[in-house]
Design a protein around this ligand. Structure first.
Ligand code: ZN
Length: 424
């Protein structure tokens, strides 16, 4: 399990490097957690001290990235689950969920709001928990009467700073620029890698709607300014048009969901250079299993209204050239971790992407949303050694990635998390 200086040679794979180059038969050399060399078998020699994994032509690609998820140990869609279940149980389940993500080929998970993920990030980094690298927002910023203001609780219990009940999902309620700046600073004080804001209403919040504005443009600009001042970025939940446009104009790096992104809103996202993470997988998980999992009637009604228009809008955005990245919005309850590659298949089946573009969306594009552009999501010299080997060709059949048993090898930052090749 050591990522020491001894080299690892991934020998004779079909390499899809996510840079746009056509797949080629070759070898990757890993050393010190990074990719030391990559090229055809003629170009790259195997060092004498290397451990060799013979890939025998297996499909080699960058590790998968879920650019918007919630690792919080949920097991239902009931709003009361957070209040009825002890916090330790959520942590134990989330450890399982991280293992399932690694098994499925995920080497980075961007957590868009969860205290559990914020803490487990460090447990993964120190090697205690086997899972993808976690990039975590921690507590999320919401206006009063916003998507993350849990209205049926006293407001001081909703706010992470004053609650008496630690729950997996926690909010920082803030209104006006000064409070928004303070909340952003508080999230970073807690260890947030980036700031998550609720820029519009949503589906699983009873008293608002996706088209409602969350935060004013000035409030969003203040939050973006605080994030940038600390070398961080903002990831916005934005379903309605006003929220998407405001988020783009404020300079957020990631706009999530984008259900009601019309042509004008997509133009703003394009102009801002933001990455859109549409999270289709949760739409279909809700439609398929929401009722059984106890999602309230009002939530089921809203998602049924949105699902088709969501697909139409993202298809147009794709044609316009908006950068799309895969994210599931899975929580472990609605959407099971380990099935996260479903989003990649939905990019092909719903958005109409080529498998090649969908693979790039799940790696190089998703690395943008993780703040790891250039560092992860590509197989290139000097990048982090996040690499998977798949039995089958996902460019022929993208569903090769949704079958966990076909993911034979998973390496994160040079650490081997899964290896079915040498175990036969
Ligand atoms: Zn989310």
């Amino acid at each position: 399990m050591s990522s020491g200086q001894r080299a690892l040679a991934l020998y004779d794979g079909l390499i899809f490097d996510s840079t746009g180059r056509q797949p080629f038969r070759g070898t990757v050399i890993v050393r010190g957690g990074e990719i030391a060399d990559v090229g055809t078998r003629g170009e790259v020699g195997v060092p004498d001290d290397a451990d060799v994994i013979d890939l025998r032509g297996a499909f080699l690609m960058p590790g998968l990235i879920d650019a918007h998820t919630h690792i919080m140990g949920s097991r239902s869609g009931r709003v009361e689950e957070d209040l009825l279940t002890p916090i330790g149980v959520f942590f134990a389940r989330a450890v399982r969920d991280l293992e399932a993500l690694a098994e499925a080929g995920f080497t980075t998970a961007v957590d868009a709001g969860s205290i559990v993920a914020l803490h487990l990030r460090d447990a993964v980094a120190e090697g205690t928990v086997r899972g993808p690298r976690v990039v975590a927002a921690g507590p999320v910023l919401s206006q009063t009467f916003g998507h993350a203001d849990v209205h049926y609780l006293p407001a001081e219990w909703v706010d992470y700073r004053t609650t008496r009940k630690l729950t997996p999902f926690a909010s920082l309620l803030c209104d006006g620029e000064a409070e928004c700046r303070k909340a952003a600073r508080y999230a970073m004080r807690e260890g947030a890698d980036f700031i998550k804001v609720m820029a519009s209403g949503g589906v699983l919040s009873q008293r608002d709607r996706p088209e409602y504005r969350g935060f004013t443009l000035e409030e969003l600009k203040a939050i973006v300014d605080e994030a940038r001042a600390a070398n961080r970025w903002v990831h916005a939940h934005a379903e309605g048009k006003v929220g998407i446009v405001n988020a783009a104009r404020a300079g957020v790096k990631v706009v999530a969901h984008c259900d009601l992104m019309d042509e004008e809103a997509a133009e703003e996202v394009l102009k801002a250079g933001a990455t859109c993470v549409p999270t289709f997988a949760v739409d279909y998980a809700l439609l398929r299993e929401g009722q059984r999992l106890g999602v309230p009637e009002w939530g089921m009604k809203k998602i049924a209204e949105l699902a088709d228009i969501h697909v139409e809008n993202i298809r147009r955005a794709h044609r316009m050239g908006v950068r799309l990245a895969t994210g599931t919005d899975f929580s472990g309850g609605v959407g099971r971790h380990g099935e996260n590659a479903e989003e990649i298949a939905l990019f092909v089946e719903k958005v109409g992407m080529t498998p090649q573009d969908a693979l790039i969306a799940a790696t190089r594009n998703a690395a943008y949303a993780a703040g790891l552009e250039g560092r992860a999501g590509v197989i290139a010299k000097g990048a982090l050694a996040d690499i998977i080997a798949v039995d089958g060709d996902p460019l022929e059949n993208v569903r090769a990635l949704t079958d966990r048993s076909k993911v034979k090898l998973v390496i994160r930052g040079g650490e081997v998390l899964k290896d079915l090749l040498r175990q036969g």
